[in-house]
Design a protein around this ligand. Sequence first.
Ligand SMILES: [Cu+2]
Length: 117
Amino acid sequence: MRYRFWVLCLVLTVVCGGRSFAQSSPTRIEIHAHRFSFTPAEITIDKGATVTLALTSDDVPHSLLIEGLHINATITKGHVTEVTLTPMTDGDFKGKCGRFCGSGHGSMLFMVHVVEK
Ligand SMILES: [Cu+2]
């Protein structure tokens, strides 16, 4: 009888442990860079949440530079650059393309809103 109790505890630990692991996998947000904008150009994430940005270019090389979140990622066509972050400070964080990509390069802006849950 006592043996069955411990087997049940072990099974529950494995099942519940696996479930909590699945729930903690980061949210993935796909972001496309192209002359001369990001799509989407604005995202909102919860403070303390772990998020993976999946970055790709539709044309020439770009980058995503967000100094306030310590992000500086090169973005190229045919390749997905993943950046995982867990912002612990709420606020608005301005980003931009950090790699000259043509006449509209200066208008390639990005915004991350980090909000309290
Ligand atoms: Cu650019």
